[in-house]
Design a protein around this ligand. Structure first.
Ligand code: GLV
Length: 309
C-alpha cells in the first residue's frame, strides 16, 4: 500500500514516524520529499494540502483528512470528485475540547473574569458560588466531538441543551434541531458553545439577531469554526455588556488579523485554534484501522461533500 502524507504546519516527522510504526508494510512518502515526482499513491493523508498534491495523483482510492473539520479540504478546487473522502471522527480531540470548554465555563461560573478585574485593583471580594444547576449550557453541534463534550458537562452537573441539524437522542441532554428551535435554545442558555463545522447551512448562523436571543450576561465559547459567528455582532454585544464575555479559539480569518478589535476587548479571550489538535497517536491508530478496513472492502462512511461534513 502506498501512502502520501502532507500536513501543513504540523510536526511532519512525528506523524511519519507514528504512521510507519502503525503501518509497517506500507510505503509512506511525504509530499515534497518524493524522489520520484511521478510516484502514485493509493491513499493520501492530508491536512491543508496544496492543490498540486491532488493534481499530481491519478490513482487515489481514498483521501483521509487528518482532522475533524473538512471545510478547507472540500474548498480545494483540485480535490478529485470521484475519490471518497474520510475524516477522523474522534481520535482524542473530544477530550481536549472538553477541557477547553470546561475552562471557559469555569471562567464565568466561578467568576474568574471578575477576580481578574478585582485583582487589578487589589480588591479582595469573594462572590457566592452559584449552583451548577443554574448554569444551562447550550452546545451547537452534536457530532462525535460535540456529543462527548455535552455528556462530559452534563456529568459535571450542568443542565445541557444540544442543537444539531437533526434531532439527536443523547441521554440527559435536551435536544433541539432546526432554526426555530435554535431560538428557543439560545434564550435558555447562559453559556453557548459553538462546535459546528463550517458548511453552507452554518456559515453566519449566529448572526446579530440570534446572538441577541442569548440572555443578558451570557458567555460564548467558540471552538468549531469561526465562520459560524458574526464576529462584529459578537464584539458589539460584548461592548454593550449584553454578553459577559467570549472565549474564542476559531475565527473567520486565521490567524486573527492583528488589527481585529477582538484582540483588545477585555471580556474576550482569544486563543490560536488550539482547543482540539489532532493527537498523533490516536489518529494514526484510527488511520491504520480505517485503511485496513478499506483494503478489506468494508464500507466506511465517507464525508458528505454536499452536506459539508
Ligand atoms: C481542527 O480544527 C480540526 O478540524 O480537527
Amino acid at each position: 500500500m502506498k501512502i502520501l502524507f502532507y500536513a501543513r504546519g504540523e510536526e511532519g516527522q512525528q506523524w511519519l514516524d507514528a504512521l510507519r510504526q502503525t503501518l509497517p508494510h506500507a510505503e509512506i512518502c511525504q509530499w515534497g520529499s518524493m524522489a520520484d515526482q511521478q510516484w502514485q499513491a493509493d491513499y493520501a493523508l492530508v491536512w491543508n494540502a496544496p492543490s498540486a498534491l491532488f493534481e499530481s495523483q491519478q490513482r487515489l482510492k481514498g483521501i483521509v483528512n487528518l482532522g475533524a473539520g473538512v471545510d478547507k479540504l472540500l474548498a480545494n478546487p483540485a480535490l478529485p470528485n470521484a475519490v471518497p473522502v474520510y475524516k477522523l471522527r474522534d481520535a482524542g480531540m473530544a477530550s481536549w475540547m472538553t477541557d477547553y470548554v470546561r475552562y471557559g465555563v469555569s471562567h464565568v461560573a466561578r467568576d474568574m473574569d471578575r477576580y481578574r478585574t478585582q485583582q487589578a485593583a487589589s480588591c479582595w471580594q469573594p462572590f457566592a458560588i452559584e449552583p451548577k444547576a443554574d448554569w444551562s449550557i447550550g452546545i451547537l453541534g452534536l457530532g462525535a466531538i460535540g456529543s462527548e463534550v455535552a455528556q462530559a458537562l452534563r456529568s459535571d452537573g450542568y443542565p445541557v441543551l444540544g442543537w444539531s441539524r437533526n434531532q439527536k437522542d443523547i441521554p440527559d441532554i435536551e435536544s433541539y434541531a432546526g432554526e426555530v428551535e435554535l431560538d428557543t435554545l439560545l434564550a435558555k442558555c447562559r453559556v453557548l458553545v459553538n462546535i459546528l463545522p463550517a458548511t453552507s447551512n452554518t456559515r453566519g448562523l449566529l448572526n446579530a439577531q440570534r446572538l441577541q436571543q442569548l440572555p443578558q450576561g451570557a458567555m460564548v465559547i467558540s471552538c468549531g469554526r469561526g465562520e459560524v459567528i458574526d464576529e462584529p455582532a459578537l464584539l458589539e454585544l460584548c461592548v454593550s455588556g449584553h454578553l459577559r464575555g467570549a472565549l474564542l479559539d476559531v475565527f473567520a480569518e486565521e490567524p486573527l488579523p492583528v488589527n481585529n478589535p477582538l484582540w483588545n476587548h477585555p471580556s474576550v479571550i482569544v486563543t490560536p485554534h488550539i482547543s482540539a489538535p489532532t493527537p498523533i497517536e490516536g489518529a494514526t491508530r484510527q488511520i491504520g484501522e480505517l485503511l485496513q478496513q478499506l483494503e478489506e472492502g468494508v464500507v466506511i462512511e465517507t464525508v458528505d461533500r454536499l452536506r459539508g461534513y
